[in-house]
Design a protein around this ligand. Structure first.
Ligand code: NAD
Length: 327
């Protein structure tokens, strides 16, 4: 399968548009699932210490390399969390010499928990130990200088924080990870508006994704299937939303292309140069979710999906951890 990718600055690395998400992939099946994803054509794997499965994800990657499915250089591996010690733990858990992208997971500095006490530290008591982002970023920059990660970036940053970061970063963030699905499209994140703020067409706001792209960052959208991932976590907002897989406008577009709704959603994102990282434990779906590079949505269809924005944010620490970063 042809792997389409986005070019990252300043490294020039290629980040495949299609990646595989590993949040909530159980430890006992993670090695097998990641191996199957690589066998199905995925070349980008999204990990985090917080997901608690990096050892097993690393085993899947290692086996895929050993079996000749892929070389290390062909894979793009992302991880996130606390700087230096956590980075080194991630590298050793994954069994890799370097990773491709390391992210600040949230602009929230939770209290450090020694590894011997608990790993991953989780958000158990949500206790914060505020560290300014510039200090964290300086540590991230050191990782690039050490060669242990090729790129650094941020996740769940609102635009105002990104603007601040860009004002002092010596190594600019290469990627912004944000929640992106038809119910939360960050509108201009999807439309590639040429951004000169004062000349924006009337009624259009410059929103986070477009701001990021205008500053040379590439955008990865996560939780591409919206409520699906949050229903199982007991989220009331997710439970009360119409599942995207049953949404009328999406089922109609999917039928027209003889594709699944999942494929249509992923196509809508990659067609707007947003990389996607769908997660599934089902080999048939893993393979279907990768089969999104052989059809095009029309401008009208793209607009219909843009029109589904509510906006409905499902991954909000203001709700589940009482830390209102989007307030
Ligand atoms: P997702 O949107 O990928 O959805 C997963 C759910 O959809 C699962 O319940 C799965 O069974 C179902 N599904 C998958 N393919 C399907 C198909 N073809 N048909 C029907 N159902 C299907 O959810 P996610 O796991 O929240 O997000 C993907 C990845 O994004 C995560 O695994 C993780 O790697 C990353 N992520 C990052 C952050 C961050 O803060 N940076 C936050 C959340 C997730």
């Amino acid at each position: 399968m042809a792997t389409q990718s986005l070019t990252l600055q300043p490294s020039g690395s290629k980040m495949p548009l299609l990646g595989f998400g590993t949040w909530k992939v159980p430890k006992d099946s993670a090695a097998d699932i990641v191996y199957k994803a690589i066998a199905s054509g995925y070349r980008h794997v999204d990990c985090a210490c917080d997901y608690g499965n990096e050892v097993q994800v690393g085993q899947g990657i290692k086996k895929a390399i050993a079996d000749g499915l892929v070389t290390r250089e062909e894979l793009f591996v992302t991880s996130k969390e606390h700087v230096a010690p956590a980075f080194n733990r991630t590298l050793s858990d994954l069994g890799l010499d370097y990773i491709d992208l390391y992210l600040i997971h949230f602009p929230i500095s939770l209290k450090y928990v020694p590894f011997e006490e608990r790993y991953p530290p989780e958000w158990a008591n949500n206790e914060q130990d505020p560290v300014p982002v510039h200090e964290t970023w300086a540590e991230m920059e050191k990782l690039v200088q050490s060669g242990k990660t090729k790129n650094i970036g941020v996740s769940n940053f609102p635009a105002i924080l990104l603007m601040d970061l860009l004002s002092y970063a010596k190594v600019k963030p290469a990627v912004l990870h944000i929640e992106a699905h038809p119910y939360l499209n960050n509108s201009a994140l999807i439309k590639q508006v040429i951004v000169i703020p004062v000349l924006l067409p009337e009624g259009k706001n410059m929103q986070l994704g477009t701001y990021a792209q205008s500053q040379g960052l590439q955008v990865t959208g996560y939780s591409n299937f919206g409520p699906a991932s949050y229903v199982e976590l007991g989220s009331a907002a997710a439970q009360s939303a119409v599942p995207l897989f049953k949404e009328d406008r999406l089922t109609k577009i999917a039928a027209q292309h003889k594709k699944t709704v999942a494929q249509v959603i992923l196509r809508w994102l990659v067609q707007n140069k947003i990389s996607v990282i769908p997660k599934s434990l089902n080999p048939v779906r893993i393979s279907q979710n990768a089969d999104i590079f052989n059809f095009d949505l029309s401008a009208q269809e793209m607009e219909t999906i843009d029109g589904m924005n509510i906006p409905l944010r499902l991954n909000d620490p203001g709700v589940y951890a009482n830390i209102p970063i989007y307030a």
